[in-house]
Design a protein around this ligand. Structure first.
Ligand SMILES: [Zn+2]
Length: 268
């Protein structure tokens, strides 16, 4: 497993933040339901209370971006594979000959396996759960199942074993982390995203925003399905790729970006 990264984050940081918002309740002990703040879902607690669940000695890294001085950027696509959209993205990536990381929805991989058949060689895969439901509303066994089922299908269809998890909507609860830890996942969020709804018009605005705001180690979020606005980002991709290359950026997969994190790797 990769080490925690400076500029990214670790469970220790998350736990400290959670403890703060919970008034210090989460300081290491088990919580009874009665101890939770009113309205706090049980799954938001660092140590979930569902049933006889016991924590495993797991370690989970969470990365938003990577601390590197190299001009590397990881382009990521969530929610596919879906008809029309995903082949269009693959065509653009093939034309530019760049790798990307696809956070795949297990159910869609099963339904649309033909869309990615033979097209994933250069790319990395990540787990985006089985049905794209909010993990922070799930018990540990439910979250585990949502990840495990997707893991199996993604591995079968793509021939690649996912080691990265991106929780739907980026929502992280206690059981998201306990299940991710049990499956040995590195949780990957993002540090920059396509803002089609806000910056979509004129189209050059979004292109400039991405090219201007990408930094060494950026993990960039895009989608290969969704509402129509997202087509603005896909249509703008070739210009974004050209613009970033002109600034000296190289596109890498998320696993390669994490591996390139050099100095500053924190102890785990
Ligand atoms: Zn998603």
């Amino acid at each position: 497993m990769l080490r925690a990264l400076t500029g990214a984050g670790t469970i220790a940081g998350l736990a400290a933040g959670a403890a703060g918002t919970m008034g210090g309740l989460a300081a290491g002990g088990l919580l009874d339901d009665a101890d939770a703040m009113p309205g706090t879902p049980v799954s938001a607690i660092g140590v979930p209370t569902d049933g006889p669940w016991r924590p495993s000695p797991a370690h989970v890294d969470v990365s938003w971006a990577v601390d590197t001085s190299q001009r590397l950027v990881a382009l990521t696509f969530d929610d596919g594979p879906m008809p029309n959209w995903t082949p269009m993205v693959h065509d653009i990536l093939d034309e530019a000959r760049i790798p990307a990381t696809f956070f795949l929805v297990g159910q869609r991989v099963q339904e649309n396996a033909r869309l990615i058949h033979g097209r994933m060689d250069r790319h990395a895969v990540g787990n985006h759960t089985w049905a794209h439901k909010d993990l922070t509303r799930m018990t540990h066994p439910q979250a585990y199942q949502a990840m495990h089922r997707a893991h199996t299908t993604i591995a079968e269809v793509t021939g690649k074993e996912p080691g990265l998890l991106r929780p739907p909507m980026g929502n992280i609860g206690g059981t998201t982390l306990s299940a991710a830890g049990a499956l040995g996942y590195h949780v990957v969020l993002w540090s920059l995203k396509m803002r089609e709804s806000y910056l979509g018009h004129p189209p050059g605005r979004l292109i400039d925003y991405i090219v201007d705001n990408t930094e060494p180690g950026t993990i960039l979020l895009a989608h290969d399905t969704g509402h129509r606005d997202r087509l603005i980002a896909i249509r703008g991709l070739p210009a974004m790729i050209r613009g970033l290359r002109a600034k000296g950026f190289e596109f890498v997969t998320v696993p390669d970006l994490l591996a390139a994190a050099g100095t500053g790797a924190a102890k785990t």
